[in-house]
Design a protein around this ligand. Structure first.
Ligand SMILES: [Zn+2]
Length: 361
């Protein structure tokens, strides 16, 4: 029997407040206007400087907090580097703004950086195609097409970035941190792991209570003239063009769970949402079981041919907002594509171009 998770900090800091979680590592909460109302970012002592890990949403309230926090940091708040775990707006939002203000180098994975540069081209056509293929009602397609894209502060040219690679060692102060790429929630999500200190900065890759969405998104569909694998040979999803059923982020997600499970059991996990915890193995196991239950349910439903939209509705039967419906569809599609690659679901497109899934008898 695996142990339950342990939360070493009884209280979470209020938005804009810093809390020390280990010598030289501070936890800062920034507000989000969503179902979950915060993102955690971390400040690490880097010699005489500070390294910032993640930046929060591109919003006036977040910029105000940063201005205040930076002015209050010991050592004058000189920043050596800003590390961004992945390209989602609550993480990368203010990277460009912080760079402009502080002159600090920016670090993230190159794949995630490229998803940011690709995002605008042909997006509207992909959105419409995504929902039509899912078999969604017209009102959903309309909502999705009218939804404004989340924006991040403008990013500096490529030369301002020092890209991180899986397996790199990052020296922060006296400590060596291994760069560990997570897959699935985003294509090359940076986690930082310090062996000596048994600390994992996990970003969205491992959260104690929330299951991060592993999805195939509107932007992931191949556009006209785009191949399934992009120019740099990266197997694409999360902004690299691959059409269902060939995209398979869930495979990368499960492989990353295997890597995380191999970490020492007592590692302190610093997540991007909720609170720091110990219990990586129990959490990995719970997440894996969640996907197994979904596979079983999908295979059962697909004894009859099903559209992605109908499957999402069946998997998440409570009332969902349009945004939640997007998450549900993206996640359902990731699961059907995984089962398709496993040879357990058949995929076809009906006369109207809608994806239809059916269990292999
Ligand atoms: Zn994320």
């Amino acid at each position: 029997m695996l142990q339950a998770l342990v939360y070493p900090f009884a209280e979470s800091p209020a938005a804009g407040q810093r809390q020390v979680v280990a010598p030289g590592i501070e936890w800062l909460r920034l507000p989000l206007p969503f179902d979950f109302d915060h993102v955690n970012v971390y400040l690490l002592r880097d010699g005489a400087h500070w390294l910032l890990l993640d930046t929060g949403l591109n919003a006036a309230s977040t910029r105000d907090i940063w201005s205040r926090v930076l002015a209050s940091l010991p050592g004058g708040g000189a920043v050596s580097r800003v590390v961004v775990t992945h390209a989602h707006p609550d993480h990368v939002g203010l990277a460009g703004w912080l760079h402009e203000r502080l002159g600090a180098r920016l670090s993230m994975s190159e794949v995630e950086w490229r998803t940011l540069s690709r995002r605008d081209t042909g997006h509207a056509a992909r959105v419409a195609a995504y929902w039509r293929r899912a078999g969604a009602p017209a009102a959903m397609v309309e909502w999705a097409c009218a939804r404004p894209a989340a924006t991040h502060a403008p990013l500096p040219p490529r030369a301002a970035f020092a890209f991180l690679h899986d397996g790199d060692t990052l020296r922060i102060g006296d400590d060596a941190w291994q760069v560990l790429f997570g897959r699935g929630h985003s294509p090359a999500h940076v986690c930082l792991y310090c062996v000596e200190r048994a600390i994992l900065i996990a970003g969205d890759q491992l959260l104690p209570g929330i299951s991060p969405v592993v999805g195939i998104w509107e932007g992931d569909l191949a556009g006209p003239g785009e191949a399934g694998v992009d120019g740099a040979g990266v197997v694409g999803y999360g902004g690299c063009p691959v059409a269902a059923p060939d995209a398979d982020p869930l495979r990368g997600w499960l492989a990353t769970l295997d890597r995380l499970e191999a970490l020492p059991a007592d590692v302190l996990v610093l997540p991007a949402h909720e609170t720091p915890f110990v219990g990586v193995r129990a959490r990995v196991q719970a997440l894996r079981e969640r996907h197994q239950r979904k596979f079983a349910r999908l295979l059962d439903l697909c004894r009859e041919p099903q559209t992605t939209f109908a499957l999402a509705r069946a998997l998440y039967p409570r009332h969902l907002s349009e945004l939640q419906t997007l998450f549900a569809c993206a996640e359902t599609l990731a699961h059907t594509c995984f089962l398709h690659a496993e040879g357990r679901l058949q995929h076809a497109r009906d006369g109207a171009g809608v994806d239809v899934w059916r269990a292999v008898p």
